[in-house]
Write a protein that binds this ligand. Structure first.
Ligand SMILES: Cc1cc2nc3c(=O)[nH]c(=O)nc-3n(C[C@H](O)[C@H](O)[C@H](O)COP(=O)(O)OP(=O)(O)OC[C@H]3O[C@@H](n4cnc5c(N)ncnc54)[C@H](O)[C@@H]3O)c2cc1C
Length: 349
């Protein structure tokens, strides 16, 4: 089918667009209309087209946290805006970053300019605009700690809004944006980053890696280097095999249930939470239930990391989702805990 493409100045519209190269699970899917946005000020104009206004909308960054289980019958807004602006500088800096900037590029930029804080979050795929959506986190740090505010187009109110840190309601892999899906289009994120701060190295092998690197007085870029090493040795690379990182969230359960599970399964990792509940290791339960490394056709669970759903080649979205559900049900039957998917599952209506 011929694909119509029109440059509107500030954004490009593509009809019946393929999304296969726009999701890291490399699932084939199409959008009725794709809008590649390079200028956020054009959003009101774009959103006013009747076909866009009256249909479904999906904002897409790099597609590293989505699973398409069908075509998208609506408009996909691909955020491709760019720009990093230092608004004030001193012991710490306020930095506003356009939603379409690549997260990892921004982290490296901060390290190159002598700012601390984001070193543990290096190498996470995706865009800056998506970072607050699930409050990205890794190696003991979460991005929320460094976000002062989020600028967004509020579809309900038809205006630009600035949402301060408290309003964003950040929590573990969670935020306001997940609770009001489809309401906000994040256009920029404002960070506050110090010139120096205590480093977080006591998590998941960072200290040991620093020792192997021969570093005894680490700077932020040393920690970043250690994290890059750890991540590349553990996580499959989406450029080599389709995946969306951790597909299953670590469930947060009542302390009583966590105690009972720990008594029955002493190997289960349990992390007490500030609210009295406990986070338990999804990876451990998936492996103990026998799912690590399994494969159904081209859909699989990585043999390197039990949380990672992988596409060995031509798996479809429904095939990947069927395998994910098989894992969730298997873990529920064995441990009485229902896992949830971390990526957003997007299907036909
Ligand atoms: C190999 C690998 C490793 C990963 N490791 C980690 C990790 O360590 N920690 C972690 O937290 N995540 C991790 N992820 C998940 C992913 O990288 C992050 O969730 C990332 O923030 C997603 O960015 P994206 O631009 O690809 O968003 P997308 O996948 O395109 O979108 C994700 C969700 O955010 C919404 N969204 C995206 N941009 C906007 C916007 N501008 N405005 C409003 N809504 C928007 C989408 O509608 C969708 O609901 C990993 C993924 C992969 C593939």
């Amino acid at each position: 089918m011929p694909v119509e493409q029109v440059d509107m100045g500030g954004y490009t519209l593509i009809e019946n667009a393929s999304l296969a190269n726009r999701n890291t699970l490399r699932v084939a899917a199409r959008a009725t209309l794709l809008a590649e946005i390079r200028d956020a000020s054009k959003l009101p104009e774009l959103l006013d087209f009747p076909a866009v206004r009256n249909g479904r909308l999906l904002v897409l960054g790099e597609g590293s946290n989505v699973l398409f289980t069908g075509d998208f019958d609506g408009t996909v807004l691909a955020m491709e805006t760019r720009g990093v602006q230092v608004e004030s500088d001193g012991d710490s800096a306020r930095i506003a970053v356009a939603a379409g900037e690549r997260w990892d590029d921004f982290v490296r930029w901060t390290l190159g300019h002598g700012y601390a804080g984001l070193e543990n979050l290096i190498l996470i795929p995706g865009t800056v605009g998506a970072a607050p959506i699930q409050n990205i986190g890794a190696y003991g740090c979460e991005v929320a700690e460094f976000i002062e505010s989020v600028e967004a187009w509020d579809i309900r109110e038809c205006r630009v809004v600035t949402l301060d840190h408290a309003t964003c309601a950040f929590a573990y892999r969670d935020s306001l944006f997940k609770h009001e899906p489809g309401r906000y289009i994040v256009t920029a994120v404002r960070f506050v980053l110090p010139r120096s701060r205590p480093l977080r190295t006591d998590y998941a092998g960072i200290n040991e890696q620093l020792a192997r690197m021969g570093v005894d007085k680490p700077a932020p870029f040393h920690v970043a280097e250690a994290v890059v090493h750890l991540r590349t040795s553990k996580l499959p690379d989406p450029a080599v095999i389709g995946n969306a990182g951790s597909f299953f969230k670590n469930p947060i359960i009542d302390a009583a249930l966590a105690d009972a599970l720990k008594r029955e399964h002493p190997g289960l990792a349990v992390w007490p939470q500030p609210d009295g509940r406990c986070k338990v290791s999804a990876a451990w339960m998936i492996e103990a239930a026998g799912f690590k490394g399994i494969r159904e056709g081209d859909a699989g669970i990585s043999n390197r990391h039990a949380l990672v759903l992988v596409n060995h080649g031509k798996a479809t979205g429904p095939q990947l989702w069927a395998l994910a559900e098989q894992v969730m049900h298997g873990v529920r039957d064995k441990f009485g805990v229902m896992l949830e998917s971390e990526p957003v599952v997007i299907g036909a209506r």
